[in-house]
Design a binder for this molecule. Structure first.
Ligand SMILES: CC(C)(COP(=O)(O)OP(=O)(O)OC[C@H]1O[C@@H](n2cnc3c(N)ncnc32)[C@H](O)[C@@H]1OP(=O)(O)O)[C@@H](O)C(=O)NCCC(=O)NCCS
Length: 115
């Protein structure tokens, strides 16, 4: 059964500006695995923006907030993203599905939660 669905779209430049203004933003929002993945990419801001959108989409799907860094997007070897919450709490879903896309200017994420 579907518990919730969330979608979010963000301007890559907004995330880039937030990071350039405050370098600690990255550590406040993204997990070490997410940071390492994005650092390895040609345009890290697009990938970070995708993950930011995924976190916001997840919160929409869930219906309440959780700490940013506890929501983690990890890619499988195929490149397919997965999403999990690492805060040790039961949020009432058994599986999270996430899909990301990003272009130079915008990133979009969709999250579906199953219970
Ligand atoms: C997956 C694919 C459709 C992505 O499309 P695209 O237009 O290049 O990229 P988009 O900007 O729309 O999306 C990028 C996001 O797609 C997601 N993605 C990558 N590979 C994926 C896959 N196999 N399945 C689902 N999502 C995937 C990632 O989340 C990626 O963003 P991220 O790197 O920041 O996590 C395309 O690269 C493709 O068809 N690749 C072949 C995949 C394949 O066969 N892999 C098998 C290797 S074992």
């Amino acid at each position: 059964m579907i518990l919730g669905i969330g979608v979010d779209m963000i301007e890559v430049a907004r995330v880039q500006k937030a990071i350039e203004r405050n370098p600690r933003f990255v550590d406040k929002v993204f997990s070490p695995i997410e940071i390492a993945y994005c650092e390895g990419k040609k345009n890290r801001f697009q990938h970070l923006a995708g993950r930011f959108a995924a976190k916001e989409a997840f919160i929409k799907a869930l219906g309440h907030g959780v700490p940013w860094t506890s929501i983690e997007v990890v890619n499988l070897p195929s490149g397919r993203p997965t999403l999990s919450v690492r805060d040790g709490k039961d949020h009432g879903f058994i599986r999270a599905h996430v899909s990301l896309t990003h272009l130079a200017a915008h990133a979009i994420a969709v999250v579906v939660l199953e219970r």
